[in-house]
Structure formats: structure tokens, C-alpha cells
Design a protein around this ligand. Structure first.
Ligand SMILES: [Zn+2]
Length: 401
């Protein structure tokens, strides 16, 4: 830990820059105590690790700081310094007795109270959710920042993200969803934006990097929208085909049921129309991959409609909710994003079908079918349809934004 009290009640916060000699002199004349448990703590001034306080062996303090990694100590110290350089009122390791939580940094900004948590080790999902909920219920805005070492880019602007990673997704006031990350070794902020998953764990995403002296708090809380979504339709299509192949060859039990439903509608999983499984801006709210949830929308609604038939958001929404109840479609747990409704990506999908000329809009809650989706009958036909679709719609993604 980086903060302790002296016997006379003064606070010593190592988040500020102290010279080593000053601290040596202080250590000679002062005794330090843990602000939480009141036990005495030792000021460690080694060369290997950054200066910090440590409880004595056998301590029963509830605040277990002793396993704090170098990355965590150094990261929260740098984030604290980054805030105070901007004159943001901040307290390092502030302990809120009422809720018994200690955010790494408490700060106030634009009249609001923030709890910053810099997370280097993985936390169980229920702990993450509970802490976040407690902050929200007590008028804190949580700001979870993940250690950048947890993020591993893969091929073609794709990333593999676990539920732990997804918990860090926050929303700007304008609804931009992103994961903030920080690397104390490079003094570098990293924002993962345009998160567009194509399977439960794998996603397209855009990453922006900002040296800590080039980004201020406002830019971290309200990032600019990424100008162009990085995923091209053909890359997207390739990943979707890979996913389908995998699922058909190795289906799990719920996918077996979906395959049965598809076969009973005469749909061959290898001959899908390209309009099923499209990327939409808020698809990250749904854990089930787009190709699966959009297939359910097709089976439940679109397949049964003829040109000129109407379809209402209410009708779609009721089918969507039934699929959620049956566990065919699973939503993603995003503890920091409670105010965006999961029907949003579904509406975005209908809007995409509208821009493709499949649907037209009849009113704020009503669409009308223009033409049916064409189910290819052979691989050759499918390849031809796909080629034309990609040629015609490569701009679709940027328009959809
Ligand atoms: Zn203690």
C-alpha cells in the first residue's frame, strides 16, 4: 500500500514524489500505522520495488495489500500522479467506511465522485459485479482500468476477450462502449473500442494508444468515436464462416437444437444468406454470436413473412425475450453498462436490413418487408450471392456506424 498515517494522525501518501533521503529521515523519527486496522506498518525503501508500506508478519488486517504486484503499485501511483498533474482532486487508497470498499483512487470531476480501480489480477465475476454495484448505489461512478498486459491482440484487428475483460466495458455519456487499459511500463493508456464480437470470446476491435502526457481525464472518460470501423465485411465473413464450420462439426447441445430447427425450415448451415450474421454497433451486449441470434430472428420472424408484411419491434422483442428465457440467446454481463437495453443491437440489425433493401421503415416501431432473403441452393450459388453482396456492401459497416 502507498498510504499510511503517523502516530500524530498525519497522512503520508507515497503517490507524491518524495526523495529517498526525506523518507529515510521520516522513517527514523516516525512510526506509521495502517489507516484501516491501526496496526503499525513498515515503510519499505528498497531499490527493487517502489517505496511502499507493508504490514508486519502475522497481521490480521482485512486490507490485504501484501500481495500487491509491482505493476499494481506502480500503475496506481502513476494514475494518481496523472490526475493530480491535471489538478483533479484525488485521494490514493481512499477507504470508504460506509461501504467498506477502498478504490485505488477516489477523485472528483465535474461535480461527480469517481472510484478508480486499476486491476492487474483477475477478479471473480461476482466480486467485480458486486463492487461495481456498491459503487453505483452509493453515487460513485466506477472507472475500472485493466492492466494493459492482459490484452493480447491477434490477427486482423481481432482480440480474444474473456468475461473478465468484458466487465471493464464502460460507456461514454454519448454511448460509446470501450475498455480503458493502462501500461505503467510504457506510461501508456490503451483504449479498446469498436468491440464487435463474432464469437463468445473473439472479437474485432480497434485499439488506440495514448502516452499518459498526451491524454487528459476528459478524453479518457469521453473518447472520440473511432472514425472508421476497422472490420471489413470480407474479414468479418471469413471469421463467421470459420465459426459456422466449427459449430457444425463440433456442436454443443444447444447448437444441436438450433441445427435441428434450421433443418426443419430447410436451411443448410453451409448455405446461409449473407444477411444472417452481420456486425452491428452494440452487438457486444449479446454474448451469443451475431450469426446465431440473427438466425433466431430469421427463424422466428423473417422466414414467416412475405413481401409487404409488416413486422413490429414489439413482435421481434417478444420472440427475442422468449429465446433469452429458453437460454437460446444469452446476454453479456456488463456491470458498468446498465442503462443500454439489449434490444438495441436487434434494432440495429433491422436498420442494417433496411439499408440493404430487405426492409423499409413504416414508423418508429414498424418495419415492412420488401423482399425475402434468398436461401442459396448450392455452394456455387452461395459463393456468387456472397461475392455480389460483399462487392455492393463493403461500405455498409461505416454507414451503419
Ligand atoms: Zn491494516
Amino acid at each position: 500500500m502507498l498510504t499510511a498515517k503517523t502516530k500524530t494522525g498525519k497522512t503520508l501518501c507515497l503517490g507524491y514524489d518524495y526523495k529517498k533521503e526525506t523518507l529515510f529521515a521520516l522513517r527514523k523519527k516516525e512510526e506509521f500505522i495502517c489507516p484501516d486496522c491501526g496496526e503499525s506498518v513498515v515503510l519499505k525503501l528498497g531499490d527493487q520495488r517502489i517505496f511502499h508500506f507493508a504490514h508486519k508478519q502475522g497481521s490480521t488486517c482485512r486490507v490485504i495489500y501484501e500481495n500487491e504486484s509491482y505493476e499494481h503499485l506502480e500503475g496506481k501511483r502513476q494514475l494518481f500522479q496523472w490526475l493530480i498533474r491535471q489538478k483533479v482532486p484525488s485521494v490514493l487508497e481512499y477507504y470508504d467506511r460506509e461501504i467498506q470498499q477502498r478504490p485505488d483512487i477516489l477523485f472528483r470531476h465535474n461535480g461527480k465522485k469517481y472510484a478508480l480501480e486499476y486491476q492487474c489480477s483477475t477478479l471473480p465475476e461476482h466480486v467485480f459485479t458486486k463492487r461495481t454495484k456498491t459503487y453505483l448505489e452509493n453515487d460513485y461512478i466506477p472507472l475500472w482500468i485493466i492492466a494493459a498486459s492482459h490484452i493480447h491482440p491477434k490477427r486482423n484487428e481481432t482480440l480474444s476477450l474473456s468475461n473478465f475483460h468484458y466487465s471493464f466495458i464502460r460507456s461514454s455519456s454519448t454511448g460509446i462502449l470501450y475498455i480503458p487499459a493502462y501500461c505503467p511500463v510504457k506510461h501508456l493508456f490503451q483504449l479498446v473500442e469498436s468491440i464487435t464480437p463474432f464469437s463468445i470470446k473473439n472479437t474485432f476491435a480497434h485499439q488506440s494508444y495514448f502516452p499518459s502526457d498526451k491524454i487528459d481525464l476528459d478524453a479518457l472518460l469521453e473518447p472520440n468515436p473511432v472514425k472508421k470501423i476497422q472490420v471489413t465485411l470480407s474479414n468479418w465473413n471469413t471469421e463467421n464462416e470459420r465459426y459456422i464450420l466449427n459449430r457444425v462439426l463440433h456442436p454443443q447441445s444447444d447448437q444441436k437444437m438450433l441445427l435441428r430447427e434450421m433443418y426443419s425450415h430447410g436451411i443448410n448451415p453451409f448455405l446461409l444468406p449473407p444477411e444472417i450474421g452481420l456486425p452491428v454497433t452494440h452487438s457486444v451486449l449479446i454474448q451469443t454470436p451475431p450469426i446465431i441470434w440473427q438466425m433466431y430472428i430469421f427463424l422466428d420472424v423473417l422466414a414467416n413473412k412475405k413481401p409487404n408484411d409488416e413486422l413490429t419491434i414489439q413482435e421481434i422483442s417478444s420472440h427475442f425475450n422468449k429465446r433469452i428465457q429458453r437460454n437460446n440467446i444469452k446476454l453479456r454481463a456488463l456491470p458498468q453498462v446498465a442503462d443500454i437495453k439489449p434490444i438495441l443491437p436487434v434494432i440495429e440489425y433491422l436498420q442494417t436490413l433496411q439499408s440493404l433493401g430487405i426492409l423499409t421503415r413504416k414508423g418508429s416501431l414498424v418495419f415492412q418487408v420488401q423482399r425475402k432473403l434468398i436461401l442459396p441452393k448450392s455452394n456455387r450459388e452461395r459463393e456468387e450471392i456472397k461475392r455480389l453482396f460483399l462487392q455492393k456492401n463493403n461500405m455498409l459497416l461505416s454507414k451503419n456506424k
